[in-house]
Ligand binder design. Sequence first.
Ligand SMILES: Cc1ncc(COP(=O)(O)O)c(C=O)c1O
Length: 380
Amino acid sequence: MKLFDVYPLNNITITRAKGARVWDEQGKSYLDMYGGHAVISIGHTHPHWVERIEEQLEMIAFYSNSVVIPQQKALAELLGRISGKENYQLFLCNSGAEANENALKLASFHTGRRKIIAFKKAFHGRTSLAVAATDNPAIVAPVNQTDAVIFLPFNDVDALKAVFTTQGNDIAAVIVEGIQGVGGINVATNEFLQTIRECCDAYGAVYIADSVQCGYGRSGKFYSHDFAGVNADIYSMAKGMGNGFPIGAISIAPHLHPKHGMLGTTFGGNQLACAAAIAVLEVIEKEGLIANAATIGDYLMQSLREIPELKNVRGRGLMIGFDMPDSHTDLRKKLLTDHFVFTGEAKPNVIRLLPSLALTREEADEFLEAVRKEISVPVG
Ligand SMILES: Cc1ncc(COP(=O)(O)O)c(C=O)c1O
């Protein structure tokens, strides 16, 4: 059997990883400014994370949601406290798409409505409703096409108000990334998120904060939506939550009421996944990683802005994007092949930085040095 070839691959096999560094099978070391797509939150193979998973594995890895799983309650308590949403409710699943799928479904159950507002350049996942709310026709199969989703321009307060004025009573939810990731690191303005809150309040719609990529401390606050100073009704999360162990979740405001059988999953919230997620939050808290993301992120952004060839340096914390200069459109490739630095991309010409929240100043300097060196290489 061969693999179903859907991923364009770098021809590199990573066999070992530690912190913000990975090694290939020849022992070559790489700096990981990509975090395996924003997944590595506390650093690769963090010893506390390994220990908690190993300890749990020796006891029980999995039993279904037909019995009490105390690890879920421990995780809910920790997440509630660290995210500052102690009165919210936790539903656990396995991925970002699944988290958004459940968030949208819950909003529709709650309101009895079927229209969703999403935004241009949004990415919410590849399952049926999540992909329908994603602004990329190339990944929407005919069976996923629906008239339930209304796409509006991102950060356009007037367009949002106008749709609510005419269709407000049909809107179940507004789903929005606090910082668009796949769309190229576009930061939602405070005014935009505050207006979403106001419109949802005025018309009884549900505000869903997709925090799958921009959440979990990456922005310098637990949820990047928190910068606007208003609460969402549902926060979806995944990526950084397990530091590579697959787990996703939604954090649900108290006025949304559960009913048995309303949502469900076989694997979601299993003991092993919870152990990994608990370890992540313990490390985030103990090592002050949210503050570190803010400090190192500011330093990186400021330093990148001092490189005149780089345009539109933007982001928050350790979620940073900048446009590759026309003179160096192969910058990302060169960083990998010549300087051994992994970075992320966003089409057509954006470099995305999504490193571990534990990135040090020295590692940031190593990255900056590689960029400066590569930019100084004469073109042609
Ligand atoms: C903002 C956002 N939402 C949802 C998803 C989907 O997450 P997953 O790939 O875990 O299904 C992603 C993945 O990149 C994302 O960036």
